[in-house]
Ligand binder design. Structure first.
Ligand code: 4NP
Length: 166
């Protein structure tokens, strides 16, 4: 149940195409948030820096790898980052350094969003990029899941702490 007046937060995950890494991060983080009973208080979305795959479902390999861990990505569709995202979301988290470069270049001056690398929330992987599995081997998708699960736990810990008002 939604507690009246309770603090809320919002997170946008960003990669290049929004069909592999960021939809995976969205699905994983949505699951972690649901397990903690925080679905009503944390809004989650994903987008791509580029419009190459707008309207498409996640890559079938990303969907299969997520399904192996009980996560359904099938209802998500790709979209491109837009300027409103920078005022709509509290956190805008890039999968790699190139995505972060594009986000910083596009960021309007009035944005208060925390724009950064998602893996900064993964202990031992700070400052690193989530490798792009699109042109790589099939096991690249499981590696993406491992990394985003670790980072998602770290991010949720920070957000839950901030929302508790401590
Ligand atoms: P993503 O992977 O950024 O993790 O969604 C990619 C998907 C498509 C392309 C590149 C990366 N592409 O060049 O079409």
């Amino acid at each position: 149940m939604n507690t009246p007046g309770a603090r809320t937060s919002s997170v946008l995950f960003v990669c290049l195409g929004n069909i592999c890494r960021s939809p995976t991060a969205e699905g994983v983080f949505r699951t972690l948030v649901a397990v903690e009973g925080l679905s009503d208080r944390i809004r989650i979305d994903s987008a791509g820096t580029h419009a190459y795959h707008t309207g498409e479902s996640p890559d079938v390999r990303a969907q299969a790898a997520a399904r192996d861990r009980g996560i359904d990505l099938s209802v998500q569709t790709a979209r491109q980052v837009n300027v409103e995202d920078f005022t709509d979301f509290d956190y805008i988290l890039a999968m790699d350094k190139e995505n972060l470069y594009h986000l910083e270049a596009f960021r309007p001056p009035n944005s208060q969003a925390r724009v950064g690398l998602f893996l900064d929330y993964a202990q031992g992987h700070e400052g690193q990029s989530v490798p792009d599995p699109y042109f790589g081997a099939k096991n690249g998708f499981a590696h993406v899941l491992d990394l985003v699960e670790t980072a998602g736990r770290g991010l949720l810990e920070e957000i839950a702490h901030a929302m508790s008002g401590d």
